[in-house]
Design a protein around this ligand. Structure first.
Ligand SMILES: CC(C)(COP(=O)(O)OP(=O)(O)OC[C@H]1O[C@@H](n2cnc3c(N)ncnc32)[C@H](O)[C@@H]1OP(=O)(O)O)[C@@H](O)C(=O)NCCC(=O)NCCS
Length: 166
């Protein structure tokens, strides 16, 4: 089963929101409050980023995943971008995040970004940490107890970084 990565369209929100709501409600991967409202997450995922993307099944259009791309800092830090990725539970382990991350790096380079930084990769999110390392991101620092995990309490978080230019 193939998939396509394309820009988020307003109609996609009907399936993107439940995926984000359920992901953030778990309180184990993103800092968004587990009870964030739809309006708050719409601002964070659709309105604030420079671009929002979805990965869909190319046969029936089912939502498989989504990612955002934005500058990590304003002004003089604006040449480093930041991304966030979520894959639907039923679609995990099929390379969707790998494809979206490769896509986001191409997109970032095309927009003139020189590096990509993840600010708060939860240290207990083993799959994500391993995946980003495999894709060339380095753990450049460990933030002690920086994430309040819904089940485990205060756990470390990593800053991960990849240079996108030679
Ligand atoms: C992390 C996440 C984006 C990975 O998405 P995915 O589409 O399943 O990832 P891929 O299929 O591209 O995975 C590729 C590799 O990562 C590894 N991996 C991914 N998730 C894993 C997990 N939960 N446990 C162990 N390994 C995992 C796979 O082993 C795979 O490696 P391989 O190709 O060598 O076998 C997805 O699990 C998710 O949306 N999680 C919730 C939100 C989240 O944590 N986002 C990232 C925040 S930093």
């Amino acid at each position: 089963m193939g998939f396509t990565i394309r820009r988020h369209q307003p109609d996609d929100w009907a399936t993107v929101w439940p995926l984000l709501r359920d992901t953030f409600a778990s309180g184990d991967t993103y800092a968004f409050a587990p009870d964030s409202t739809e309006a708050e997450i719409h601002r964070a995922w659709i309105e604030a980023p420079q671009s929002t993307w979805v990965s869909v099944d190319e046969d029936d259009g089912t939502l498989l995943g989504t990612y955002i791309l934005k500058p990590n800092q304003p002004g003089l830090g604006g040449h480093v971008c930041n991304c966030g990725y979520v894959v639907a539970p039923a679609a995990r382990g099929r390379g969707i995040a790998s494809a979206m991350c490769a896509h986001s790096q191409d997109e970032a380079r095309a927009r003139g970004f020189r590096a990509m930084q993840f600010n708060l990769v939860v240290s207990t999110n083993d799959g994500a940490v391993r995946l980003w390392q495999k894709l060339g991101f380095a753990i450049v620092s460990t933030l002690p107890g920086a994430f309040r995990h819904a089940q485990r309490g205060y756990v470390d978080a990593y800053v991960m970084f990849k240079t996108l230019v030679d």
